[in-house]
Design a binder for this molecule. Structure first.
Ligand code: SF4
Ligand code: SF4
Length: 288
């Protein structure tokens, strides 16, 4: 069994919103974007064991042992005070998981699972773990029914996808904006690599859905939606496009002053995309 370890921020035993069917979802720590609208900002950084969060913990669940932050899950009451004070958007409560540990979880829950999804953070930052985990699932005849998906921002390059796609069943890809400058303002990176990834994934038959976050006054403009429609139209007008509505849950900093996206606004964006020929536009089931 491969001994690659992953830094994991959270595992959901069951989810029906992270890909098709009922899925075990593994959230990996660390992201190469710093999205202003991130609703999980504490998954962005990797802990450098500075110790700044230790005094913030009201129940002494954190301590410094041999210059490393140690977390005691028995004491933690999940108040998230440590996440709020971390200066680099990291998380002292992460765990290390080997491929064998995740396989054991899949085995335990497999009668109820359609598949697994690895999310983040940005899961492809831990590329070797992804390749090893998915390869192990594919090599096990008892897990033949389990599909392997990832949620990605598309920053991975061509050779990374070449390593990952042979063992991946589907990718849910986020494009934050089709206008390069706006994408850079919103994420800290240009959209070149994400757009290239969308083309690579579609050509490989692995682009399960393209996700687009509607933010009032930023990504809901006619120009932005027309560029989205043109891009998807070039790939294939029946590609599933999932519109997400910007909300404040989990968000930090200036984006808390951004307007929330209304259901009416989403429906009007969806109508424009459908009128432009996109046949598979999905809107949120709930608005929180
Ligand atoms: S989680 Fe953040 S504040 Fe806490 S030790 Fe790590 S880097 Fe420092
Ligand atoms: S979330 Fe847990 S570890 Fe973090 S401050 Fe709260 S009790 Fe302490």
């Amino acid at each position: 069994m491969n001994s690659t370890l992953a830094t994991v921020s959270k595992i959901l035993r069951y989810s029906c919103v992270d890909g098709p069917g009922n899925r075990l979802v593994i959230f990996l720590q660390g992201c190469n974007f710093s999205c202003q609208a991130c609703h999980n900002p504490h998954t962005i950084g990797i802990c450098n064991h500075c110790g700044d969060c230790i005094p913030a913990c009201p129940v002494n669940a954190l301590s410094l042992v041999d210059s490393l932050v140690e977390f005691d899950p028995q004491r933690c009451d999940q108040c998230d005070a440590c996440l709020d004070v971390c200066p680099i958007s990291a998380n002292p409560m992460v765990s290390q998981y080997a491929v064998a540990d995740i396989l054991a979880l899949i085995y335990k829950h497999r009668p109820f699972l359609s598949g697994i999804t690895v999310s983040g953070g940005e899961p492809t930052r831990q590329l070797q773990f992804l390749v090893d985990l998915f390869s192990a699932v594919k090599a096990d005849p008892e897990l033949a029914r389990i599909t392997c998906f990832i949620d990605s921002n598309g920053h991975l390059g061509e050779s990374g996808w070449a390593a990952l796609l042979p063992v991946t069943d589907g990718v849910m890809l986020d494009i934050k904006s089709f206008r390069s400058q706006l994408h850079e303002d919103m994420t800290g990176s240009s959209n070149d690599r994400s757009l290239r990834s969308a083309r690579i994934l579609y050509a490989a038959g692995k682009l399960y859905e393209l996700r687009f976050l509607l933010v009032p006054g930023k990504t809901d403009s006619d120009d932005e939606l027309d560029q989205l429609a043109a891009f998807v139209g070039e790939l294939g007008a029946n590609l599933q496009v999932r519109l997400n509505a910007f909300q404040h849950h989990g968000v930090r900093g200036p984006a808390l002053n951004w307007e929330k996206m209304s259901e009416d606004g989403v429906n009007s964006a969806a109508d424009r995309l459908r009128a432009a020929g996109l046949s598979n536009v999905v809107t949120p089931a709930v608005y929180l």
